[in-house]
Every structure is written in C-alpha cells, then in structure tokens.
Ligand binder design. Structure first.
Ligand code: C2O
Ligand code: CU
Length: 473
C-alpha cells in the first residue's frame, strides 16, 4: 500500500481524565503541577478501545492512554516533579519509559530497573525533570506491539521562563501498518523477515493522531514546532514548505548555534526529536516527510491574523541545560559496539543466551541482529563506569541498514564520524547511524544505575539489538 493514499485517523476523543485541559491544537495537555489527583498523581490509564484509523474503513482495536493516541501531552516546568500513576488495562504486562529524561534510574521504566506491571495493576512514577525540552513516553515491554497499538505521548519540560511571543506546537509523528480495510495489521507482529529488514514500516501516516490535520496558528507569533518521531521503525525526513525553519534543539537539548534548515535535510530516527522555530508570517506551512519518492504531505499549519512587521531579528539559542561536556578524551580507549546482522549483512551466527548458534537457530529464536557478536540482552553490561567517568563509545554499523541508537539516562556527544571530527555536534539520546558508518560518542557517566542502550527501531531491538551500560554509585 502506498503511503500517499488519502488518510484519516479519528482516534483522539473521549478523554477520560477530568484533569485534561483542551490544548489549543488538539492534543489535550495535562499540566502536571496544576492538574493532579488528590494525592498529586496524574493518572495514565491504559485501555483497549475500538477506534477508526482510516475514514471509510473498519474500526480497529487500539491501546490508549486515557482514551487517546497520542496520549495526553504531559507538561512540567524545568526542575519540577513528575508524578504519574500508570494503570495497566491491558491483558499483558507493561511499563512506562520516559524517553530522553536524565531520570532517576529507579523511575526509568526499563526491564533493568523495574518489574513488569501486571494486567490490572498500577505503578507510580515520581521523578524530577532536570532539562527543559521535548521528550516522550512509551512502554518498554513488548514495545513493537504496544507502541504500534497507539501507546505513546509527549512529555514537554518547559523552560523556567517561557519564550516570549512564541506559540508552542507539538507534532507527534507516526506511521501505522494497516490492512486495506483500515484495521491494524496483526500478522506482521513478530515477523522475523520484517525485523531483519527495516522493521515495521507503516503505510498510514498520522500527526497528533490524525491523517493530514489542519492546525491553526497565529501569524503574528513565531512558532516552536516540536517534532517527535514515534514510529516503530521509520526514519522521518521532515521538511517544511512555506517557511524556512531554524533548528534550535535536537533530542530535547538546545543546540549551541541555531541554524536555518535551508538546504539541509533533517533525519529523525525513531525516538528522535527536533525543535524548529518558524518566524512570524501568514503563509500556510506544509509539513512533509521526504521519502524516496515524492514528499508526502502529512500536516498543514494555517496561520491566522496579522503577521505584524517583517520578522528579521535573529533567533536566539534556547537556554542551555548545562549538560557536562566531556573535554579530555586523551588516553581513554573507546568501548566498541559493533552492530551486525540483518538482511544482506552476511552474519554467520552469534551468541544467544551464552551459546554460539548459527543464523538458522538465531532466526528460529526471533533473532536477526547482534551487538559485538551477541544477540539480545546480556547479563554483563557493555561497559561499567565509575560515577563521573568519561565514557567513550564507538558505534560501528556493519549492517546494510540505518539504525537509531538510544541510550537511557544520559545524552551522548558525537566526537567523530568515520574517523573525522563530527560536524555541528549536538547532544543526542537517539543517534542515527547509516550503513557502514562509524560514530564515536562521549559523555560523562554521571547518572548512577543500569541504563539500556539499544536500537530504537523496535523490531531491531526485539530481534537482538540491545545492551546496557552500568554506572556505579
Ligand atoms: Cu524510547 Cu529504550 O526507549
Ligand atoms: Cu536498528
């Protein structure tokens, strides 16, 4: 099915939490500090509900936080406290991960840090938000199925001082794999052939849960567009028509020198985020995903009112969150992470649960990829650091596919790409690697705990691309 067919998703409705204030542009916001239950917890309740994904199609069962996909946008001020009660209404266990937050390890919501939350039970997450920026939340168990069924939402950490005269617009991007009748494709879950290729690539593109939404925005204000790629596996190449955006943040963290994205094509791997500022003006803006074929228009921003005087003033960097930058890498031997496997990768076999096995046995066990010759999660971490150590990791992509490497709990500073100094480096928690690319990153291991490091193409993760690092206390 081509991605370009007309599409409509009407999933977002029936908001159950009374605490939800209608967001200006369709995603209801839960302002954590302002709207909470008696004990101060914001509830995220998962329910299975029939929804219409495609206009004219059949209803299909989605899994929703508070009856919506995306789930409610959670907002908190920098240094504020997030208190969320996850209530599991699925027939299977789940847990909630806070993607990109430099979080207290116990609250990270990964299988390294907590037990699964069984059906019918709940778990309380309480953590501080040290960095302003654009983050998101999603399950970290059976992620390929759970995220694809609609479980994800934005977590926005606001700057201490809100930006002047800037309208904030979150654009949660997803692609779903649906059948001709509009129902979610179930056969492809666990499909090893798909996992060994690009992962579960969808054929139904939504922004904020809708197909080609029209979003209203004032002409007389700058816009801050917060792009979040929540797709299982698709690398998004977002492009704006009708405006030249200025890139101000990647993966939540401000970049040092904002730059116009005139000729440069942004690539956002699954899990990645980009914040763009658009100047005042009355032209309609089209958000497109530039795939291999024609750009696919995925959302429209209609500007209303008067644009005011020509907007030519510089766009200032966002306030720095002050992440500790690794300075001296002399004498530090990088830890290599060699990525292997997948279709056309020529991998002969790998270690599986401590045993050397051939490709055939790997595939029978749902595995197609390996890190340093090991498929799936290891007992031992990739690396162990003392608190405050400078960590240096070199990713070596020996596969024929791009990957989006995600580290929990800390952000990575790219140092070298294919042996050359990295150009315009920016903090990343989700780092794209092209086939045959080698990227060396560094960071200060200043967050104690057990942190997952995996490909965020959820089918690749499930089929072997998963490890972890340990930061001792
Ligand atoms: Cu967004 Cu380990 O996940
Ligand atoms: Cu991958």
């Amino acid at each position: 099915m081509p991605l370009t067919r007309r599409q409509m998703l009407t999933g977002a409705s029936a908001v159950s939490a009374a605490a939800v204030a209608a967001g200006t542009f369709g995603i209801p916001h839960l302002h954590i500090t302002a709207h909470a239950a008696d004990d101060g917890f914001t509830e995220l309740k998962i329910e299975k509900m029939p929804r219409l994904l495609m206009e004219g199609g059949k209803e299909t069962e989605l899994w929703l936080y508070n009856g919506m996909s995306p789930g409610p946008e959670l907002r908190v001020k920098r240094h504020g406290e997030v208190k969320v009660r996850l209530i599991n209404g699925l027939d299977e266990p789940t847990m909630l991960h806070w993607h990109g937050i430099r979080i207290d390890n116990a609250m990270d919501g990964s299988p390294l840090t907590q037990n699964p939350v069984p059906p019918g039970e709940s778990f309380d997450y309480v953590f501080g938000a040290p960095d302003a920026g654009t983050y998101w939340y999603h399950p970290h168990l059976g992620s390929s199925r759970q995220v694809e069924h609609g479980l994800y939402g934005a977590l926005i950490v606001e700057e201490e001082e809100l930006l002047d005269d800037v309208e904030d617009i979150t654009l949660v991007m997803d692609d779903w794999l649906i059948n001709d009748d509009g129902t979610l494709n179930q056969e492809a879950f666990g499909d090893i052939r798909m996992a060994a290729h690009g992962g579960r690539l969808g054929n139904w593109f939504t922004v904020n849960g809708k197909s080609r939404p029209r979003i209203a925005a004032p002409a007389g204000k700058r816009l801050r567009l917060r792009l979040i790629n929540c797709a299982n596996a698709r690398v998004m190449f977002p492009q704006l028509k009708g405006a030249v955006p200025v890139l101000v943040a990647l993966d939540g963290q401000p970049i040092e020198r904002p730059r116009e994205l005139a000729g440069e094509q942004l690539a956002l791997g699954p899990g990645g985020r980009a914040d763009l500022i658009v100047r005042r003006g009355s032209d309609e803006i089209t958000l497109a995903h530039v795939g291999r074929a024609e750009p696919l228009e995925v959302a429209y921003i209609e500007r209303t009112g008067e644009p005011g005087e020509a907007d030519t003033a510089d766009i200032a960097p966002l306030p720095d969150n002050g992440l500790p930058k690794p300075v001296n890498l002399d004498g530090i031997k990088p830890v290599e992470l060699v990525m292997e496997g997948g279709a056309m990768g020529g991998m002969q076999g790998a270690k599986l649960r401590g045993r050397d096995v051939g490709m055939r046995e790997l595939v029978e066990n749902g595995m197609a990829w390996a890190f340093n010759g090991v498929a799936g999660m290891t007992e031992e971490p990739l690396a162990s650091y003392k608190l405050g150590d400078t960590a240096v990791i070199e990713f070596v992509n020996k596969t024929a596919w791009p990957h989006a490497m995600h580290l929990h709990g800390m952000h990575m500073w790219p140092v070298e790409v294919n042996g050359e100094p990295a150009q315009d480096p920016a903090w990343r928690d989700t780092l794209m690697l092209d086939p045959d690319q080698r990227i060396k990153v560094a960071f200060i291991a200043d967050n104690p705990g057990k942190w997952m490091l995996h490909c965020h193409m959820l089918e690749h993760q499930e089929a072997g691309m998963m490890t972890w690092v340990d930061v001792e206390t």
